[in-house]
Ligand binder design. Structure first.
Ligand SMILES: *[C@@H]1O[C@H](CO)[C@@H](O)[C@H](O)[C@H]1NC(C)=O
Ligand SMILES: *[C@@H]1O[C@H](CO)[C@@H](O)[C@H](O)[C@H]1NC(C)=O
Ligand SMILES: *[C@@H]1O[C@H](CO)[C@@H](O)[C@H](O)[C@H]1NC(C)=O
Ligand SMILES: *[C@@H]1O[C@H](CO)[C@@H](O)[C@H](O)[C@H]1NC(C)=O
Ligand SMILES: *[C@@H]1O[C@H](CO)[C@@H](O)[C@H](O)[C@H]1NC(C)=O
Ligand SMILES: *[C@@H]1O[C@H](CO)[C@@H](O)[C@H](O)[C@H]1NC(C)=O
Ligand SMILES: *[C@@H]1O[C@H](CO)[C@@H](O)[C@H](O)[C@H]1NC(C)=O
Ligand SMILES: *[C@@H]1O[C@H](CO)[C@@H](O)[C@H](O)[C@H]1NC(C)=O
Ligand SMILES: *[C@@H]1O[C@H](CO)[C@@H](O)[C@H](O)[C@H]1NC(C)=O
Ligand SMILES: *[C@@H]1O[C@H](CO)[C@@H](O)[C@H](O)[C@H]1NC(C)=O
Ligand SMILES: *[C@@H]1O[C@H](CO)[C@@H](O)[C@H](O)[C@H]1NC(C)=O
Length: 866
């Protein structure tokens, strides 16, 4: 065995290392596929020198000491870098060089790589090479694979001709390489490569897509990826000569013009992506063309985000292999053709944001693979029944958000219907906006959930596989009895809303077991006892709402330590006693703290001034709760959409027995929108610097024992619309400047005998006290109070009340989308997910369940079972 007889066929050199994964470094010599553990001195030395030229901060190559040419070590992390020293040249027989995913720190690709004459495979992708590509690479006439993808900073000179010398090339990937200098003749260059099978030029800053090509050389091309460039012409004709194409990706360009039947020549296409362009016109002929292929293999057709219009042709149903059909954000109209039911492999159908009308066809006959159905934002009409979903046994995501303002979409689903699918995320737009009303006449739930028991009253039985449940929303019902102790194994539970029922008893401690729990809403029930300390385990908690119950004991101080991500803490209207624990002050994400209507005593902890979320501008990248916030002012309910919730920034300690001063530290909560300290026993003065709270909209200090003047700085609170200072011992003249000109309702100052000046009738004396004889106007207490009393009730209820026992709400991950929506950039995303699981676990809520039917009163849904 020697070099002379050519038995050294392959020197296999792979340097693979990853950023995230443990990878393997292999340096292998193979002699006619025979494993030997030795090799020639020259190769050994070359490899060692090569090693010396590399930086190897992690010591990955330390065991490579040149004993042999075989090296295989598992458990090596990424990060090789350094200089590729020309000793590699001694590896004359090197055919395979893979230096991908390393970090060469922006150095130029060394010229001498062009001298590795036998090289067939060169992979330098993701290896942080920079500068211009060396034309010497053009000497690698035997090269089959050249992958220079993802080297930020790599570019081409205006001379790209060297590529055309790589006449054996089958695979070329210059993804991300700046080819703008060679933009005008890139196509001619690659057209010189007759063996090319795959051409990947995404994000190459190419703008010029020649519409004609005298003759296509690369007719064997099977993959063409020209995505993310700036092509603004029409789809060129030469493309249709590439009849071996399997994948064609033009996504994210500016392609113009229409789609023609010429695509009928590309019958091998499996993936066709033309999304995110400016393509116009109708698609009938185009689809007819594709469908005309005797054996269409098209699996993915993505036309989303163009300006396509017209109806969808029946011939869609002939694309028998179609798995992903994405047409969102165009102007398609009319109904979904019934023929779509022929697409038995269809996994994804996205037709959102179009003008589709008519009723949604019962397309389910054979769509048993469908798992994503996106129908949002179309003016659909008609009724959806269970038949629509009958055979969609794989459906996991269903989206039917709102359509045009006049549409009424009625879900008419038999309550006894057992859905065949496990809907993980049913994205429902269930919000009442203007004239639109989406009514949910019955609710999707599983037959197996509702079981008659021997007892006399109808009883709800859980038969879901609760283990995998992530969201459970059963609020606004008449559920009574105790909260069942079933939470132990529900390790995925994320969202639990049982608010507004008639639940009694204590909060079971197993509720602390799903320690992934982020939303726990138990408000408006009749729960008693203390907050179980097992909730300490829920360190992920973002929203804890246990308000409007009969809970007692001390307000747990561990909340401040165990729930560092808490955004909302709402315990209002309970019987919590003791002092306000200062640990709460460390909740750095807290935007809403509502401790009102309890029996809390002692002083207001000055450290509440440390609540940093009430001080800083809102960060867009924090997680947000995508739901509703009900801000209840007496007689009037404002519904805020969730993102605003973080603008609400509220501190409500009203109706307690708090005493002492208002800590001046509170005046550093610059982003506070609501401060309600009313109905306590607070004494001392209103902090001088209260004017610092520039975002304050509501300030209620009424019914305390505050004395001294109204700080003049308050006049600068330009957002302040609700002020109540009544029934204190404040004195002096009411400021008249700036904002106080709008705060001119006398009732907000009444009950402060030493206060004078407009809008009170009591005139001020020269020394600033009230003039004798001035009577305060006797106002209609009730009415004024109503107007001013302002408290926050985080009703977190979505409009639709009941989503089945295992009905679920899924809160979208991209919270910030919701925020952007609020800014008017995104569409509403109110997402109600129904999660229906069928399995064994049987647990029960006692007593009756009355199911609320939206807009149509209540129905005793379970009466039949009793
Ligand atoms: C090569 O052979 C030696 C002994 O013959 C064996 O220990 C080693 O695992 C083999 N290596 C490979 C990669 O097959
Ligand atoms: C080049 O390496 C990257 C990363 O290791 C890999 O994903 C890619 O498939 C390789 N290219 C070729 C043509 O094998
Ligand atoms: C390789 O190519 C470069 C430039 O393309 C050329 O100048 C050089 O002579 C070539 N080297 C060999 C060994 O062919
Ligand atoms: C096709 O490729 C061959 C070989 O590289 C080349 O000689 C010929 O000029 C090419 N034809 C066109 C039209 O580019
Ligand atoms: C395409 O872009 C080029 C350069 O940006 C411009 O000159 C040309 O007018 C554009 N063509 C069309 C059809 O928009
Ligand atoms: C395909 O769908 C059309 C329209 O629904 C129907 O007439 C036709 O029979 C279906 N073809 C097959 C093979 O099922
Ligand atoms: C569901 O599919 C079965 C066979 O797969 C078929 O017999 C039945 O008619 C289908 N149901 C509906 C409503 O299409
Ligand atoms: C909705 O209805 C009103 C009056 O009934 C009509 O003027 C308006 O054009 C309709 N809007 C749409 C989008 O159909
Ligand atoms: C509570 O639920 C009942 C129906 O059970 C509903 O009428 C009421 O409006 C709900 N209250 C709140 C505050 O959501
Ligand atoms: C809370 O966590 C501790 C420690 O991980 C564990 O021992 C305890 O059982 C948990 N409590 C509950 C209610 O899951
Ligand atoms: C709440 O429970 C108490 C006893 O624990 C009971 O007296 C009261 O009537 C209940 N209130 C409601 C609204 O069910």
């Amino acid at each position: 065995m020697g070099l002379q007889n050519g038995s050294l066929q392959l020197l296999f050199l792979v340097l693979l290392s990853g950023i995230f994964y443990l990878e393997t470094i292999k340096l292998t010599t193979c002699y006619d596929n025979v494993n030997i553990s030795g090799c020639f001195e020259t190769e050994k030395k070359a490899l060692l020198k090569f090693k010396e030229g590399l930086t190897d901060p992690l010591g990955q190559l330390s065991s490579w000491v040149g004993e042999n040419c075989f090296y295989d070590s598992n458990g090596i992390a990424g990060g090789l870098g350094g200089e590729i020293i020309p000793t590699l040249l001694n590896l004359k027989y090197l055919t395979y060089l893979d230096l991908s995913m390393n970090n060469f720190g922006g150095i130029r690709i060394p010229n001498f790589l062009g001298s590795l004459a036998k090289l067939k495979y060169l992979n330098l992708s993701g290896a942080s090479f920079g500068g211009t590509m060396p034309p010497n690479l053009g000497n690698l006439s035997r090269l089959l694979y050249l992958d220079l993808n993802s080297n930020v900073g790599l570019s081409s000179t205006d001379n790209l001709k060297w590529i055309s010398r790589l006449s054996s090339l089958k695979y070329l990937n210059l993804g991300g390489v700046d080819l703008s200098k060679a933009a005008s003749y890139w196509l001619q260059t690659v057209n010189m490569l007759p063996s090319l099978l795959e051409l990947h030029l995404p994000q190459c800053q190419l703008f010029n897509l020649p519409t004609s090509l005298p003759s296509s050389n690369f007719t064997s091309l099977s993959v063409l990826d020209l995505s993310n460039n700036g092509f603004n012409s029409t789809i060129p004709n030469w493309l249709f000569h590439l009849d071996a194409l399997i994948q064609l990706d033009f996504n994210s360009n500016n392609l113009q013009g229409g789609l023609t039947e010429a695509f009928s020549k590309l019958c091998n296409l499996q993936i066709l992506k033309l999304n995110v362009n400016e393509i116009t016109g109708e698609v009938n002929k185009f689809i007819d063309g594709l469908a005309g292929c005797p054996n269409s293999r098209l699996e993915t057709l993505d036309l989303g985000y163009n300006q396509l219009a017209g109806t969808l042709p029946t011939s869609l149903g002939d694309l028998r292999d179609l798995r992903h059909l994405r047409l969102p954000s165009n102007a398609f109209k009319g109904p979904i053709p019934n023929s779509i039911g022929n697409l038995s492999f269809l996994e994804e159908l996205d037709i959102s944001q179009n003008q589709m009308s008519g009723s949604i066809p019962r397309v389910s006959r054979r769509l048993s693979s469908l798992n994503v159905l996106e129908l949002s934002e179309n003016p659909w009409e008609g009724i959806i029944t269970e038949a629509h979903f009958a055979n969609l046994s794989s459906l996991r995501e269903l989206s039917m958000k709102k359509g045009s303002p006049n549409v009424s979409l009625v879900f008419d689903i038999d309550p006894h219907w057992l859905p065949p699918f496990k809907l993980r995320r049913s994205l429902q737009y269930l919000k009442r906006t203007g004239a639109e009303l989406i009514r949910v006449r019955h609710h999707i739930h599983s037959r197996s959930k509702l079981e008659p028991l021997q007892g006399s009253s109808p009883t709800l039985v859980f038969q879901c596989n609760l283990k995998s449940m992530t969201n459970l929303a059963i609020y606004n019902n008449h559920l009574s009895g105790e909260i069942p102790d079933i939470w132990k194994d529900m390790s995925d539970l994320y969202f639990l809303d049982m608010s507004n029922n008639s639940l009694t008893g204590t909060i079971p401690s197993s509720i602390g077991s799903p320690n992934f729990l982020k939303f726990l809403m138990l408000s408006k029930n009749n729960l008693s006892g203390e907050v179980p300390s097992a909730l300490k385990n829920c360190t992920n908690m973002g929203n804890l709402d246990i308000g409007d119950n009969q809970l007692s004991g001390n307000l747990p101080s561990w909340i401040g330590e165990s729930m560092p991500s808490l955004l909302i803490l709402r315990v209002r209207n309970n019987s919590f006693a003791g002092s306000v624990p200062s640990q709460i002050c460390s909740l750095s994400s807290l935007h809403i703290l509502d401790l009102s209507q309890n029996k809390l005593s002692g002083k207001i902890p000055p450290c509440l001034g440390n609540l940093s979320a009430l001080k800083t501008e809102i960060k867009l990248d924090t997680e947000r709760y995508d739901g509703y916030l009900k801000v209840v002012s007496k007689g009037r309910t404002l519904e805020y959409q969730a993102p605003i919730l973080y603008l609400v920034n509220s501190l409500d300690l009203s109706v307690n027995n708090l005493s002492g001063d208002i800590p001046k530290e509170l005046t550093s909560l610059f982003m506070l929108g609501t401060l309600n300290l009313s109905m306590n026993h607070l004494t001392g003065k209103i902090p001088e610097k209260i004017g610092n709270l520039q975002r304050l909209e509501t300030l209620d200090l009424s019914q305390n024992e505050l004395s001294g003047p109204i700080p003049p700085g308050m006049a600068s609170l330009t957002f302040l619309h609700h002020l109540n200072l009544s029934y204190n011992n404040l004195s002096g003249q009411i400021p008249t400047s700036n904002q106080f000109q709008t705060l001119n309702d006398p009732s907000i100052y009444e009950g402060n005998l030493a206060l004078c000046g407009l809008p009170l009738e009591t005139k001020c004396t020269e020394v600033g006290g009230p003039a004798p004889g001035g009577e305060e106007e006797d106002t209609d207490d009730e009415g004024k109070f109503e107007k001013l009393w302002f408290s926050i009730s985080v009703g977190m209820g979505f409009i639709v009340g009941f989503w089945g026992v295992c009905g679920a709400l899924i809160i979208k991950n991209q919270w910030r989308h919701a925020y952007f929506h609020f800014l008017g950039k995104m569409k509403d995303r109110i997402i109600v997910a129904v999660s229906v699981h069928t399995a064994h676990l049987q647990r029960k809520f006692k007593q009756s369940l009355k199911k609320k039917v939206c807009g149509e009163g209540t129905v005793d849904a379970l009466q039949a079972h009793s």
